[in-house]
Design a protein around this ligand. Structure first.
Ligand SMILES: Nc1ncnc2c1ncn2[C@@H]1O[C@H](COP(=O)(O)OP(=O)(O)OP(=O)(O)O)[C@@H](O)[C@H]1O
Ligand SMILES: [Mg+2]
Length: 357
């Protein structure tokens, strides 16, 4: 029995999440047969936030059992390499995937969910940045417990001239940028569209983000200004829509989806936040189904989330004692897998039906 025979036996094993053969989507990297007949199969995941690796191991073992009964004990080893669309390529931002987190309505938990997605993806092993695009009401500095001004570093530009660049702040391994690091929290920032555009462009282009697997953008409520700017500068992997189960919030989510559609940012799906409290639950799942967009999970209304955010420790929602750890992990996995599916599954990103409007 040779490595090649093992690979051949695994040729049509389908990835349980993406629905395509592991070999065809280049997740099957290799196989090694040891002297004692035991087999090691190497799988490369499209994101470290891949949900249930055991399902792949299981499918691999079953295929070997059926097609190569002489194979001994089989182990599956995993690495990951985040797949992306080089979202920031046009402006020299080295981010494989830029993800906007938005809603049509204020106060539904966008910033909380955006920060949780960033820290959750980081915790799974990805390289992550978090950009606060809410220049009127920045909340990332507070949520992440980060303060101080970004440093300035001098770099040599393409023509040999010296250019100044921002050094992002960092919390729990996630790089952060926010207008909140530059103006005092109580000082309202009143800018017109062109200025807003300029600031966001600087944050994206003149920040030393390094190479990122994911850049998460916390969007301000409502307005299309920011999404228009983003769509002009970047090729986003997609937007995550946050809503609460209330009917009004759901209608606002539909408006947000229509806004992202107008500026050609694909919608990755919908998250229901503050699920299960006085607002009820399940509304977003139903709405997502109706509109043919993925449902990315529900996050309970829970005082622990509020407390951790208020205390500047939002990353701790992934600690063992956090009641919301699992639901938030689910959301992170679903977001990362929607991107992977769009890239590897061969289906175009969901274009929602909008006759409701
Ligand atoms: N799942 C949750 N359970 C309990 N409290 C939550 C939850 N999600 C968010 N909150 C709380 O709700 C408030 C609003 O959240 P957040 O600031 O994230 O909303 P937002 O949509 O970003 O608001 P804005 O439109 O002002 O930017 C915060 O006090 C936050 O702690
Ligand atoms: Mg916010």
């Amino acid at each position: 029995m040779t490595d090649v025979e093992v690979l051949k036996a695994l040729d049509d094993v389908v990835d349980p999440e993406i629905g395509k053969p592991l070999a065809a989507i280049k997740m099957l990297k290799g196989a090694t047969v040891a002297d004692d007949g035991s087999v090691e199969v190497q799988i490369e995941l499209p994101t470290p936030a891949y949900p249930d690796r055991e399902r792949i191991s299981e499918a691999v073992r079953m295929a070997l059992k059926a097609k190569l009964p002489e194979a001994g004990k089989a182990t599956v080893s995993f690495t990951s390499d985040v797949k992306g669309i080089n979202s920031g390529g046009a402006i020299g931002l080295k981010a494989r995937n830029v993800i906007a987190v938005g809603s049509g309505k204020g106060g539904v938990g966008k910033s909380t969910i955006a920060a949780s997605i960033a820290f959750g993806l980081k915790k799974s092993g990805a390289t992550v940045g978090l950009l606060d695009a809410d220049v009127y009401g920045p909340s990332i500095p507070h949520l992440a417990g980060a303060s101080g001004q970004p440093g300035m570093i001098e770099k040599e530009g393409p023509d040999g001239q010296v250019v100044q660049r921002f050094e992002p702040l960092e919390a729990d391994g996630v790089k952060l940028m926010s207008i909140g690091f530059m103006v005092p929290a109580e000082q309202a920032v009143i800018w017109r569209g062109p200025m807003l555009h300029k600031v966001l462009q600087q944050f994206l282009q003149q920040t030393e983000w390094g190479e990122l697997d994911y850049l998460i953008i916390d969007m301000p409520p409502g307005t299309g200004d920011v999404s228009l700017t983003l769509s002009q500068l970047l090729g986003l992997s997609g937007a995550v829509i946050v809503c609460t189960p209330q009917q009004v919030a759901l209608l606002d989510a539909v408006k947000a989806i229509s806004m992202f559609n107008q500026v050609k940012i694909p919608v990755l799906g919908m998250v229901e936040n503050m699920s299960g409290d006085i607002f009820g639950s399940g509304g977003a799942r139903k709405k997502a189904e109706e509109m043919g967009i993925p449902f990315l999970g529900d996050v309970p209304g829970e005082s622990g989330i509020r407390q951790r955010g208020d205390d500047g420790r939002i990353a701790s929602v992934f600690d063992d004692d956090s009641l919301s750890r699992q639901p938030l992990q689910h959301v992170c996995q679903n977001v990362a897998m929607e991107i992977a599916k769009n890239l590897l599954g061969g289906d175009a990103p969901a274009m929602p039906t909008l006759e409701i409007l």
